[in-house]
Design a protein around this ligand. Structure first.
Ligand SMILES: C[S@@+](CC[C@H](N)C(=O)[O-])C[C@H]1O[C@@H](n2cnc3c(N)ncnc32)[C@H](O)[C@@H]1O
Ligand code: SF4
Ligand code: SF4
Length: 317
C-alpha cells in the first residue's frame, strides 16, 4: 500500500465563492449551465484530514480549484482545529463578502497564528477587481496589512495581466513599505485579450523535456485532493466537473465510490487501504496498461514544451 501520511493535501473546503474571476473553473461550469458540485466540509471530516495529512514542510492547502475557503461556515473553527493539532495550513483567498468585515478577518487570524495566508490581489487595490470581479479589493488589501501586523505569514499573490503589468514596480514599493511578501505570478491562463500581457519580459519561460510517464501524485509533485463533495482523490486534475471525468473515465470512475468519500470513513488510512486505491497506485507505479489514459496524457509527454513558470511561495529574506 502506498502511504500519503504527512504528505501535502489540497482541499476545496466548500463549493462557494462570491467572485467571478473569468479564468476560474467556476466560470467554465457556469457556461455549461452546471452547478458547482459539493458543499461544506464538516469539522469532523477536517479532523480526519489533520490526523493523516500534512507535516511541517508539506502542510494542508486550503486552495481548491473551485471555491474560496472562507465561505465554509466552519472556517474559523477549522483553523483552530489545525492549530490545536499542530498542522500547518495555507489559506488561499481572494473573495470578499459584505458579511465578512475586517473584524471577521481579525478573528480568523487569531484562530491560528501559524497559518500562512495567500491573498489574491492582482494589481494595486484600485485595479485588482478587473480580474477579481466582485472583489472588494480595498478590504483584501486592509486584511493583508492586518495579517502582517498580527505577525502571520502573509503573501500577496499578484497574477500578471495586461491591465496590471505596468504596476508591478509600484506594487513592489507598496509591499516593501508594508512589509508584505509580494509574489509576482505569471499565468498562461488568458482566455481574453483584455488579460493578455503585452510585454514579453513579464513571461518567464522554461523548457522542459519529458519523455516518460511520471505520475506526479507518486513523485510528490501533485498533492492529494479532497473535493467539495468529500471524495478523496489522487490529485485535483482528475476531478474535472466540466468534463465529468469521474463518471466517464473507465479507470477514474472506480475512485468515485462512497467507500472513498471522507464522509463515510473513520480515518484516512481506510482510503488508501481500499483495494481500489491499492490497484490504482500499483498500476501507476508499474505503468500498467490499466492506467487511465487521462493520467497518461496529463503526466507524460514526448515533446519539448515551453512551459510558463508560476511564481513560487518563498519568504523574503
Ligand atoms: C480557484 S482558486 C481558489 C482559492 C481562492 N479562491 C483564490 O482565488 O485565491 C485556486 C488558485 O487559482 C489561482 N488562479 C485564479 N485565476 C488564475 C489564473 N487565471 N491563472 C493562474 N492561477 C489562477 C488563484 O489565485 C488561486 O491561487
Ligand atoms: S476567487 Fe478563487 S474560487 Fe473565486 S472565482 Fe476567483 S479564482 Fe475562482
Ligand atoms: S493525473 Fe493521474 S497520474 Fe497524474 S497526478 Fe493526477 S492521478 Fe496522478
Amino acid at each position: 500500500m502506498i502511504s500519503f501520511r504527512n504528505k501535502k493535501v489540497d482541499i476545496d473546503l466548500s463549493n462557494k465563492c462570491t467572485l467571478e474571476c473569468p479564468m476560474c473553473a467556476r466560470q467554465e461550469l457556469k457556461k455549461l449551465n452546471k452547478k458547482v458540485p459539493g458543499g461544506d466540509m464538516s469539522i469532523e471530516d477536517f479532523e480526519k484530514v489533520c490526523d493523516y495529512y500534512g507535516s511541517d514542510e508539506e502542510g494542508i492547502s486550503l486552495c481548491g480549484p473551485i471555491s474560496d475557503p472562507i465561505f465554509n461556515p466552519n472556517f474559523i473553527e477549522i483553523l483552530k482545529v489545525a492549530y490545536r493539532k499542530n498542522k500547518k495550513v495555507y489559506i488561499s483567498t481572494a473573495a470578499t463578502s459584505k458579511k465578512k468585515d475586517l473584524y471577521w478577518y481579525e478573528k480568523a487570524f487569531d484562530a491560528n497564528p501559524n497559518a500562512t495566508w495567500i491573498f489574491g490581489l492582482d494589481g494595486l487595490p484600485d485595479k485588482s477587481w478587473v480580474y477579481r470581479i466582485n472583489q472588494d479589493s480595498d478590504l483584501i488589501f486592509d486584511a493583508m496589512k492586518l495579517c502582517v501586523n498580527k505577525g502571520l505569514d502573509t503573501v500577496w499573490q499578484y497574477l500578471v495581466f495586461g491591465y496590471n503589468e505596468n504596476d508591478i514596480d509600484d506594487a513592489k514599493k507598496v509591499a516593501d513599505k508594508n512589509n508584505i511578501n509580494l509574489v509576482i505570478t505569471h499565468t498562461s491562463r488568458y482566455w481574453s485579450d483584455l488579460y493578455r500581457p503585452t510585454k514579453e519580459i513579464v513571461k518567464k519561460t522554461i523548457k522542459e523535456e519529458m519523455k516518460v510517464f511520471k505520475p506526479k501524485c507518486l513523485s510528490g509533485d501533485r498533492p492529494a485532493y479532497i473535493s467539495a463533495t468529500g471524495q478523496v482523490l489522487p490529485c485535483c486534475w482528475v476531478d474535472k466537473p466540466t468534463e465529468d471525468l469521474l463518471s466517464t473515465d473507465k479507470v477514474l470512475s472506480k475512485l468515485n465510490i462512497k467507500e472513498l468519500n471522507i464522509n463515510n470513513i473513520k480515518n484516512i488510512e481506510e482510503i488508501y487501504e481500499h483495494k481500489v486505491y491499492i490497484k490504482f497506485y500499483n498500476d501507476l507505479k508499474n505503468q500498467s496498461k490499466d492506467c487511465s489514459s487521462f493520467c497518461r496524457s496529463k503526466c507524460s509527454t514526448t515533446t519539448t514544451n515551453i512551459k510558463e513558470r508560476y511564481g513560487k511561495l518563498s519568504r523574503k529574506s
